[in-house]
Design a protein around this ligand. Structure first.
Ligand SMILES: *Cc1c(COP(=O)(O)O)cnc(C)c1O
Length: 433
């Protein structure tokens, strides 16, 4: 058992300062055992906690760190930029650089606007969709997360009601009535909804690779279907690519599947580990944004020069030839070793993956494409596995609904070592003695 004495002490203190001791809820370790680990350092594929335990990290700050921890090129870019100050509230050359880097390598967008988080990007993109279409209702899917803006903290209504109900206290029911929540992977549900609300729907928003509630991989035909019905009904197709952007391809899931969305949001990887989000669309749609148009959106720290520098350094590295093929190959090498071992030992465990994103599944099941297909009992298995993973030196996000990430710093030797540790944790969890 790893020692958590220092983390426990720090958590005790943190609870006197922050609600639940954390500044973002999933960090609290509520669905696994023990105090959250307080991390003091990261380097490449590794992190160290305050008790000096070393882990191979597959959380990677929940996705942003596609080059691993503290990569030299990003660190040096940040330090260089810092020499000139941290913020001006005036345009900088660095915004042009990051903007151009993204737009010249992305066939789907004409213009982009930088903000400071994924939540802010999606919230602004929704306002833009409503302002452009002059319609109020939006459609989202059960099992997709889009940050914590009011109109997206909405879950499916009960029974036959298609209008949502709020999934968080503090969100007025009158707001959530403007959000329709549908199951993923269900064309009928989309068609019925469009028939009923046809001229009221501004946008259909989806994580094209849903990766915040398990990894609910959608079939390409389904995403193409969404594209078609949106076009036919003058509804904007909104790809929330805060996780998938720069992760499965430079141009995200849009490029991976070859489907053109009308509005796209980015976050996580785009900021090189610093807080950056972005939304983008065609010239025509983006012309609605202030100061050109009448959809208001602003930010004191938007396009922050230090964050722009980090983003430029990180996503430039993603443009090296074969970067994404290599990420996927190493990820499959890792998941392949673990899946083979689980099968050999008749453990009901399987990793599913796309690009360099993976998810752990438990029990017998078909392809899981909708939130309702996730067996809640599998979270008990996850909880048991989690302690064993930590004790073996593997760190993943502390929830069975979260995915893991492989970075460029997770080289084959690192992944081989990690798979060995992982398989030992599977033994500790599942082996009948
Ligand atoms: C992480 C995430 C968000 C929210 O981004 P924050 O930076 O945490 O506000 C929104 N949408 C998706 C798809 C995400 O993965």
């Amino acid at each position: 058992m790893i020692s958590r004495n220092k983390s426990e002490e720090l958590f005790k203190k943190a609870k006197t300062l922050f609600p639940g001791g954390v500044n973002s809820p999933v960090r609290a370790f509520n669905s696994v055992d023990g105090a959250p680990l307080f991390i003091k350092k990261g380097d490449g594929p590794n992190i160290w906690d305050e008790d000096n335990n070393k882990f191979i990290d597959f959380c990677c700050s929940w996705g942003p760190l596609i080059l691993g921890h503290n990569p030299r090129n990003v660190r040096e870019a940040i330090v260089d930029s810092l020499q000139n100050g941290t913020s001006f509230g005036a345009p900088t050359k660095l915004e042009n650089e990051l903007g151009e880097l993204i737009l010249t390598n992305n066939p789907y967008l004409d213009k982009i606007r930088f903000v400071s988080s994924g939540t802010e990007a999606v919230m602004s993109g929704i306002r833009l969709a409503r302002g452009y279409t002059k319609r109020d209702k939006i459609v989202k899917f059960d099992g997709c997360y889009h940050g914590h803006a009011d109109s997206l903290l909405v879950k499916a209504g009960s029974g036959l009601a298609t209008l949502g109900t709020s999934s968080s206290a503090g969100v007025p029911e009158s707001f959530s009535k403007e959000t329709i929540v549908l199951p993923l992977n269900d064309m009928e549900a989309v068609l019925k909804c469009i028939e009923e609300y046809k001229d009221q729907i501004a946008t259909i928003i989806i994580e094209p690779i849903p990766a915040n509630n398990g990894l609910l991989l959608q079939e390409k035909e389904y995403l193409e279907f969404l594209r078609t019905v949106c076009t036919e009904n003058n509804i904007l197709l909104f790809f929330d690519e805060v996780i998938s952007g720069f992760r499965v391809a430079f141009g995200g899931a849009a490029e991976y599947y070859g489907i053109k969305p009308d509005i796209v949001t980015y976050g996580k990887i785009i900021g090189g580990g610093l807080p950056v989000g972005a939304y983008g669309a065609s010239d025509e749609i983006m012309a609605c944004i202030s100061p050109l148009g009448d959809v208001y959106q602003a930010g004191t720290l938007s396009g922050n020069p230090v964050a722009m520098s980090a983003g430029i350094a990180q996503i430039s590295a993603c443009l090296t030839p074969n970067f994404y093929e290599d990420q996927q190959k190493r990820t499959e090498y890792f998941t392949g070793m673990i899946n083979a071992y689980a099968k050999e030992n008749n453990y009901l465990f399987e990793m599913v993956s796309i690009g360099s994103i993976f998810w752990m599944t438990f029990g017998k099941h078909d392809a899981i494409r909708a939130a309702s297909q996730i067996n809640p009992a599998s979270m008990g298995d996850f909880k048991n596995l989690y302690s064993n993973l930590l004790n073996s030196g593997i760190y993943v996000g502390p929830s069975g609904y979260e995915v893991g990430f492989v970075s460029a710093a997770h080289t084959e030797p690192v992944l081989k070592e990690a798979a060995g540790k992982f398989c030992k944790a599977l033994d500790d969890t599942f082996k009948v003695v």
